[in-house]
Design a binder for this molecule. Sequence first.
Ligand code: SF4
Length: 68
Amino acid sequence: MNERTDLVGIAIDGNRCVGMGICEMLAPDAAVIEDDGIAYPTGSEVQSSLAKDMRDNCPSGAISILSD
Ligand code: SF4
């Protein structure tokens, strides 16, 4: 599989995020905890398998995968 075709964006619902930082730990290029203690997407795309890991491991269900 061509890895470049398997990139997706992620969205984070700031109202749900509890700031545990699992997403940032899994994909520091794609999600960062800001000073307010909430995670924000950087806009960088990640492999879809990694995005699914982020979504599935977020304890508050705040992460969704963007599709075009
Ligand atoms: S894993 Fe979920 S709850 Fe934890 S910081 Fe990321 S978006 Fe927020």
